[in-house]
Design a protein around this ligand. Structure first.
Ligand code: ADP
Ligand code: MG
Length: 243
């Protein structure tokens, strides 16, 4: 599954406290290049905090984070080669779809002759090229999410971070977008960390899942491993809960 444009992500002894509350408690993880890896856990378990640590947002944690060969623990987000899609897509409302997607390239001083081709390729990848002239308010929730994805992949991150990207969508669209994200990830062979509290979503999309509860990693394994051999009651109950 490894590919030359994918990096591993290694997390060693990662801990983080807000004030006196420990939110992450000694997380150790290795995510393989090209893997679709999911952080699964109930609300408040620390999934977003852990993802933000990988992205470089928020306070510096204790421990180490490596992306590929490089330790990034103390690097700002823009030096980590990661791309993040948030739950709220955070598109620029006053810009067209095209400009929203082109913006990251302009900001990085990519030669302007290169930009149209790359925007077209990124929007094609998510099936939205024909809507390039619209504004976000003229798009459905699913289309806005696709723009957010295009905007993130266009800068060619080496790791894609998705924080509950489907939670604002209705049930049918969620299933469809799940499939689209999986196809996109397979096509790009990008190391991807996907965050969700939905065990069914995790099971259908993931190569492997890390189950989090109260800032502690409960178990890491394939959907099958977790289903067949949960290490404790929490994992068994959480994965057993149909939602
Ligand atoms: P999840 O994404 O799994 O729902 P979070 O990572 O958002 O969980 O939150 C984990 C815990 O950290 C929660 O108890 C939350 O209230 C707390 N927390 C998150 N962000 C902050 C913050 N900026 N300041 C203080 N506490 C926070
Ligand atoms: Mg969260």
């Amino acid at each position: 599954m490894a590919s030359e444009n994918a990096d591993s992500v290694v997390i060693e002894g990662l801990s983080l406290a807000y004030d006196t509350t420990d939110v992450l408690k000694g997380i150790d993880l290795r995510i393989e290049p090209g893997e679709l890896f999911t952080f699964l856990g109930p609300s408040g378990s620390g999934k977003s905090t852990l993802l933000r640590c990988v992205a470089g947002f928020g306070p510096t944690p204790r421990g180490r984070i490596l992306i590929g060969e490089h330790e990034v623990t103390h690097l700002p987000p823009w030096r980590r080669n990661v791309g993040m899609v948030f739950q709220s897509y955070a598109l620029w409302p006053h810009m067209t779809v095209y400009r929203n997607v082109a913006f990251g390239l302009e900001e990085r001083r990519v030669p302007s002759a290169e930009i149209p081709r790359r925007v077209e390729a990124a929007l094609d990848m998510v099936g939205l090229w024909e809507l390039a002239d619209r504004r976000p308010s003229q798009l459905s929730g699913g289309q806005q999410q696709r723009v957010a994805l295009a905007r993130t992949i266009i800068v060619e991150p080496r790791v894609l971070l998705l924080d509950e990207p489907l939670s604002n969508l209705d049930a049918n669209l969620r299933v469809q977008m799940r499939r689209e994200i999986l196809e996109l990830q397979r096509k790009l062979k990008l190391t991807t960390i996907f965050v969700t509290h939905d065990q069914e979503e995790a099971n259908t999309i993931s190569d492997r899942i890390a189950v989090l509860d109260e800032g502690i990693l409960q178990q890491v394994g394939s959907p099958m491993d977790l289903y067949d051999s949960p290490v404790n009651r929490f994992v068994a109950d959480f994965l057993g809960t149909a939602n």
